[in-house]
Design a protein around this ligand. Structure first.
Ligand code: GLU
Length: 279
C-alpha cells in the first residue's frame, strides 16, 4: 500500500468515526423498517471478495448484492449501516433485531430455518479445503486423517466435517481469517469452508503463492438472505430485487468484479440460482 492510499484511508476512517458519533448523538434509529430512516445489514468484515471492511470501505459480492437489494427497497447506500455478523451469532442477531437482513455467506439450512427466515437464494457455493501450497499430502476430505483442520463455530463447514469425517482433529475458531493465519503459520494443516471464501484468502497479497485451494467441493452451500422469522413482506421484496438483479445483468457484473480478481470460477451449472423458493 503506498503512502497516499494510507493517508486517504486514515482520513476516511476518521470521517467515519465522526459520522457515527454524529448519528449516535441524534439518537437515530436505523432499521426501523422499509421506507424508514435506514437499514442495518449484516455482513462479514474479514472475507475478501465477499464481505470486507477496510477503514470505512465495504467491498465484496455480499456487499454489492445487499446494496442493490437495499436500493430496490428504497434505501440509498448512505442509509445502510453495515454490521459485522460472525457465523456463530447470525440467528441470534436477527432474532434480537440487531440487524434487518444478513448477506454473509449464509447457507440456507433446515436447522437455521427453525429460528430465522431466508429470502433468496442468490448464490450457490461449495465447501472445499485450503492448504499450504507446498503441501501435496491433502488432496480432499479423505486425506485429513491425523491432520489439524480449522473452521468456524456455528458454520455448516464445521458441522459437515464433523458429520462426514469421523475422528477429524477440528479446531473451531471465531473467524475464517484467524484460520487462514493459523494455516499460513503452521498451527493448522488445512482450513475448510466455502470455495468462495477460500479463493479470496488464497488471492490475498499476504498469502499469494503460500496457500492454495484444493478444488474438490464436497457440499452445496446455498446462500440466502437472513431475515427475522415471519417477515413475509420483506422476504418477497428481497426476492423481487434479487430476480431483477439477475435479469438486468447486475448480478453477473458483481460476480465478475468480486470473484474475477481471485480467479474464482463460478459453477454455472447451478448459478445464478432462482430466488423465490422460500417465501
Ligand atoms: N456458508 C457456510 C455457513 O453459512 C459457511 C460460511 C460461513 O460460516 O459464513 O455456515
Amino acid at each position: 500500500m503506498n503512502a497516499r492510499r494510507t493517508t486517504a484511508l486514515v482520513a476516511t476512517a476518521s470521517i467515519a468515526v465522526l459520522g457515527s458519533t454524529a448519528l449516535a448523538a441524534c439518537g437515530s434509529d436505523s432499521g426501523s423498517g422499509d421506507g424508514g430512516d435506514g437499514i442495518t445489514v449484516g455482513i462479514k468484515f474479514d472475507q475478501p471478495g465477499l464481505g470486507l471492511k477496510e477503514g470505512s470501505k465495504y467491498t465484496g459480492f455480499d456487499v454489492d448484492v445487499a446494496t442493490y437489494v437495499a436500493k430496490q427497497m428504497g434505501y440509498d447506500e448512505d442509509q445502510i449501516t453495515w454490521k459485522q455478523t460472525p457465523s456463530p451469532q447470525r440467528e441470534q442477531m436477527l432474532q434480537a433485531g440487531q440487524v434487518d437482513m444478513i448477506f454473509a455467506t449464509y447457507s440456507i439450512t433446515d436447522e437455521r430455518k427453525q429460528k430465522v427466515d431466508f429470502a433468496g437464494p442468490y448464490f450457490i457455493a461449495g465447501q472445499d479445503l485450503l492448504v499450504r501450497s507446498d503441501d501435496s499430502s491433502i488432496t480432499g476430505v479423505d486425506s485429513l486423517k491425523g491432520k489439524k483442520l480449522c473452521s468456524v463455530k456455528g458454520s455448516t463447514s464445521a458441522r459437515n466435517v464433523k458429520e462426514d469425517v469421523p475422528g477429524v482433529n477440528l479446531q473451531e475458531y471465531d473467524t475464517y481469517s484467524k484460520c487462514a493465519e493459523a494455516l499460513a503459520n503452521g498451527a493448522v494443516d488445512a482450513l475448510t469452508t466455502d470455495n468462495t471464501i477460500l479463493a479470496g484468502y488464497a488471492a490475498q497479497p499476504a498469502y499469494k503463492g503460500k496457500l492454495k485451494v484444493v478444488g474438490k467441493t464436497f457440499s452445496e452451500e446455498i446462500y440466502g438472505v437472513g431475515i427475522k422469522k415471519g417477515d413475509k413482506d420483506r422476504c418477497t421484496k428481497i426476492n423481487d430485487a434479487l430476480k431483477k438483479m439477475i435479469d438486468d445483468g447486475a448480478w453477473q457484473k458483481a460476480v465478475d468484479a468480486n470473484f474475477g480478481p481471485a480467479g474464482f470460477k463460478v459453477d454455472t451449472k447451478v448459478n445464478p440460482p432462482k430466488p423465490g423458493g422460500s417465501c
